[in-house]
Design a protein around this ligand. Structure first.
Ligand code: FAD
Length: 513
């Protein structure tokens, strides 16, 4: 079995959760949790992992109050738990309150800003959303103290230092310092508000934020926020992924392959992941989602140049969808069909996830998104080669049918939401100019190259498979020309090449079982 993933290791200052540990960890936890559900094939998750590690290191001292976890939804072992928690997109950030005895799927943070400082402040807000009853056991008080609480302490001997951070109400400094210093003994940190005039006057404070320090011997004085002293910058890991010694640790054997071919096993693994994992995170399909799924089922059933057992499954799925006039379909019913619980003979899609043309030099690279591109190039080419294939489906007159289906699939279901956003921008800009099935093939090719260009040098790039403008001259010399000293594509040749590359005779059955 291919084991996906590994962006985080046990050396990182966070907890790696799995289907075996997630629920028991969250159940009645003494601390709150912030968990990132990610997918190791998602480029944005790869790009973001150094920030998440830096955040985890930065708030390590808060762990009596709130902890940081990760769970990899691309790991086969975790497919079901991510489905149960309704994780549709990656990364998804969920907060879980402390001391909760009932199962809940947490509260999602949807904000676009995921920078370290923003997330720290969100964590503070989240902690403050606890009630007295479920307050995390080790979490200090974060509400401001009042002059009545503080002034009687002046000139009193005590066993500890008390630092009073006086600040404006919306300032986070006090609460963050309280949490940062909670692991120190002999020091209590509290905050007070600049609106507390009695306190300001008595302590002689004129600017905020200020810190007032009460010594154990009873003396007290205003501390300047120490000049030149600031939080240590968290060490950020720039190389988030290494082979070996990772989360779930197995490495697949390298499979030799020919890059001038397309591999059926990649297409089938992609379909398996899409039908049994990605779509399955949606409990029911209705409205636009159902329409998108039906069109997707139509396009693949009619155009997928697969083995008979897979085509039979896709056709049966489509017949079933068309015959059901339901407005809402529970996804489990679709899964029953895809898993052939009805025992319809000759219908089968393997549930092995294995990559060949899409294998990466590390398990977290390539895989599913590579197979999705491959699938859609194959479908646009099949549509151009067999223009009658979509007859009587309602999609027959539209040269954009495959691309529009892809666009809606990506926007609705693809776990990489950022990818969907970028793809939608490209579609909005130029998809309407496509007038023929051949132009559809070329449109997808040129947009894919645009994506390759944008991602060149990104952390998610597999060094063994650098993002290039494709097809490279070794694959198709005639596709490349020079005009006035500049490289230009010969689009006619590119089209012929694509129609050969993604056509049935070039799809190798090697490694299929
Ligand atoms: P891929 O780019 O996945 O290509 C797969 C295979 O297709 C290649 O091996 C090659 O054989 C062939 N190929 C390459 N270029 C072309 C071409 N121009 N025309 C035809 N065939 C080609 N990741 C991000 O980090 N950010 C994003 O915004 C993002 N957007 C995405 C949008 C979509 C719609 C999809 C499907 C994926 C997106 N991804 C994004 C993922 C990213 O594009 C790659 O799929 C991923 O990084 C894996 O790269 P890869 O090396 O396997 O090659």
């Amino acid at each position: 079995r291919a084991q996906a993933t590994r962006l985080y290791s046990s050396e990182d200052p966070l907890t790696i959760l799995t289907s075996d540990t997630l629920k028991e960890t969250l159940h009645n936890s003494s601390a709150a949790w912030l968990v990132q559900f990610y997918s190791s094939w998602c480029g944005h998750c790869i790009q973001y992992s150094p920030t998440w590690k830096a955040l985890a290191g930065d708030v390590k001292d808060w762990e009596q109050a709130i902890r940081i976890g990760v769970l990899d939804c691309a790991h086969e072992k975790n497919f079901d738990i991510c489905k149960e928690f309704g994780i549709h997109f990656y990364p998804t950030f969920r907060y879980f309150k402390a001391r909760s005895n009932t199962f809940n799927v947490g509260k999602t943070y949807r904000g676009p800003d995921r920078e370290l400082q923003t997330v720290r402040q969100l964590m503070v807000n989240f902690l403050q959303n606890h009630t007295r009853e479920n307050w995390p056991i080790g979490c200090p008080q974060l509400e401001p103290s009042r002059s009545e609480d503080i002034l009687p302490l002046l000139d009193q001997k005590s066993e500890q230092y008390t630092a009073v951070i006086v600040e404006d109400e919306d300032s986070y400094v006090g609460r963050e310092v309280i949490l940062d210093l909670m692991v120190y003994e002999g020091l209590r940190v509290t905050r007070a508000l600049s609106s507390d005039r009695a306190l300001m006057t008595k302590l002689g404070i004129t600017t905020v934020p200020s810190t007032y320090l009460l010594h154990p011997n009873g003396t007290h004085a205003l501390m300047d926020l120490l000049p030149g002293v600031h939080r240590k910058k968290a060490v950020s890991a720039h190389d988030p992924v290494h082979a070996g010694n990772r989360e779930h640790g197995t490495t697949e054997m390298w499979k030799e392959f020919d890059k001038s071919k397309v591999y059926m096993v990649d297409l089938e693994s992609g379909l398996h992941y899409l039908l049994r994992v990605e779509l399955a995170s949606h409990q029911t399909l209705e409205g636009e989602e159902l329409k998108t799924f039906k069109d997707f089922a139509t396009v693949v059933a009619k155009l997928f140049p697969g083995r008979p057992s897979v085509v039979k499954l896709l056709e049966t799925l489509l017949e079933w969808l068309v015959s059901l006039p339901l407005e809402r379909i529970p996804y489990n019913a679709i899964l029953d069909l895809v898993n052939n619980k009805m025992s319809i003979s000759g219908m089968y899609l393997s549930d092995r996830l294995q990559w060949v043309g899409c294998q990466g030099s590390r398990p977290e690279l390539r895989g599913y998104p590579c197979s999705l591109w491959t699938l859609f190039h194959t479908l646009t080419v099949q549509a151009a080669l067999r223009p009658d294939a979509l007859a009587n489906t309602g999609l027959e007159d539209d040269p954009l049918a495959v691309l529009q289906t892809m666009r809606r699939y990506i926007g609705t279901f693809f776990g990489c939401q950022e990818c969907g956003r970028h793809f939608e921008e490209m579609a909005k800009e130029s998809l309407s100019q496509v007038r023929s099935l051949d132009q559809a093939v070329l449109w997808l090719w040129s947009r894919h190259n645009q994506v390759n260009n944008r991602l060149s040098g990104a952390l998610s790039e597999d060094p063994r498979f650098p993002k290039t403008q494709w097809p490279t001259p070794d694959l198709c010399p005639a596709c490349h020309e020079e005009k006035d000293g500049l490289h230009v594509w010969n689009e006619e040749r590119v089209l012929s090449f694509l129609k050969q590359h993604y056509a049935s005779p070039n799809i190798s059955p090697k490694y299929t079982s």
